[in-house]
Design a protein around this ligand. Structure first.
Ligand code: AMP
Ligand code: MG
Length: 403
């Protein structure tokens, strides 16, 4: 008897049955891209450390410019010129201005900077200002970027280039991240041949080892590829044993339905609870989730397209859960260019290709049978039709999740 779950139930099961593995390590920020922070990163300084100008111009007291116009400019004496990267400790004298380049220090006493375009420099060090500024104008205050004690990135954040920029600005050389989880990949099937071989009649190349390894790597895993094995229960059993001992997550593709030769479910059950067998989704129904302590053993459909959808929709969140990663998948709203039919009782997932029409984002469904992976290679995102929905008419605005 299959124990079939809906996609929503599967997400609940992932969150209930699995927990972050909580093993962390310190990495240099140069190696931190794509890793998941295991603790909050806090600022320990003011950035910038001094008031800076955001334009080339003259630092003044804003009130000295009030009411000035092109015909009646405010005249201030040029007291000094700030040089980039140089200390400047003098206070702005009364009725004076100080020249400041973009990013240069704004002297104490000044509360704004007039852009050079709105000034004219006369001989005798006098500067005419023809447009008033408000207090704070063109100024980046000390600590505007970061203040001591402020959290700049939370635990669970997947580190992006901009986070690395903030760490660098604070002089943070290394950060604490979750250890990479190790994913083991096993393909099964008597019909499979190595990709360098020419398949004979009835044979196909082993797509899933490569595709699933890539998906796991893209999501921050270390990968051990166990290649493919014949539909032989004993061989698969010993391969799974090795994989479970070496990995945190084991993906077995093929043999996940309930055929005579489909031993995957039996083997997974030998390690612990079989959480479910079957997801009410299309493509991807024959999927098995099992747990061995804190480790996950997953049986994926053999059809590469189906296997890709299941991995994208459920294995990615599982990897995120095990590494303690937080955050939502990126979704955009687009109008669909062709109707998408529903499938009674099963949530339908379909790849879409983006384009623009009259400046609006449109998504064209990429029609595919579940085994066809080339159509997914031609998709930018996927759209989901819930199982209780009667499909989408052409022109419906839908959420598209970017691959
Ligand atoms: P199965 O889930 O084992 O019944 O396989 C379903 C379909 O997927 C069959 O047509 C298999 O030939 C195909 N298939 C299974 N594993 C792979 C693989 N690793 N690469 C490419 N196709 C596969
Ligand atoms: Mg098979």
């Amino acid at each position: 008897m299959l124990n079939v779950k809906t996609p929503e139930e599967v997400m609940e099961i992932i969150n209930r049955e699995f927990a972050p593995l909580l093993l962390s390590e310190t990495v240099d920020i140069s190696d931190a891209l794509g890793r998941v922070l295991s603790e909050d990163v806090k600022s320990n300084e003011y950035v910038p450390g001094f008031n800076r100008s955001s334009v080339d111009g003259y630092a003044i007291r804003a009130k000295d410019s009030f009411g000035c116009t092109e015909s009646i400019p405010a005249i201030l004496k040029l007291a000094a010129e700030v040089e980039m990267g140089k200390e400047f400790t003098d206070e702005l004298p009364k009725n004076c201005c100080v020249y400041v380049p973009t990013g240069g220090k704004v002297p104490d006493g000044a509360d704004g900077v007039v852009m050079i375009e709105y000034t004219e420099k006369f001989s005798g060090d006098e500067v005419a200002i023809i447009k008033p500024i408000a207090p704070g104008e063109n100024l980046v205050y000390k600590g505007d970027d970061c203040k001591p004690g402020q959290s700049v990135a939370k635990a669970g954040t997947k580190i992006k280039p901009q986070h690395i920029g903030v760490f660098a600005s604070l002089g943070i050389r290394s950060v604490q991240v979750a250890k990479k989880i190790t994913a083991g990949i096993i393909s099964t099937g008597d019909e499979l041949v190595r990709i360098e071989e020419t398949p004979g009649d009835g044979q196909v190349r082993d797509v899933n080892s490569y595709m699933l390894a890539a998906l796991c790597k893209e999501n921050g895993c270390e990968v051990i590829n166990y290649g493919f094995c014949r539909d032989d229960e004993q061989i698969l059993r010993s391969l799974v044993k090795k994989a479970v001992s070496e990995c945190d997550l084991v993906l077995i593709s093929g043999g996940s339905s309930v055929g005579q030769k489909d031993a995957t479910a039996r083997i997974i059950e030998e390690y612990g609870p079989l959480l479910f067998h079957g997801i009410a989704m299309k493509p991807g129904k024959p999927t098995i989730f099992g747990r061995c302590g804190s480790k996950a053993i997953i049986g994926l459909p053999g059809h590469p397209g189906a296997s890709f959808f299941v991995s994208t929709i459920f294995v990615r969140p599982l990897i995120a859960r095990l590494t303690g990663m937080t955050g939502e998948d990126l979704a955009v709203t687009a109008k669909i260019k062709e109707a998408i039919p529903a499938n009674q009782g099963r949530t339908v997932y379909i790849g879409v290709k983006f384009g623009y029409e009259d400046g609006c984002l449109v998504a064209t469904p990429v029609q595919s049978k579940s085994g066809l992976v080339s159509s997914l290679a031609n998709s930018d995102a996927f759209v989901c039709v819930p199982r209780d929905c009667e499909g989408y008419a052409k022109g419906t605005e839908v959420k598209a999740y970017i691959f």
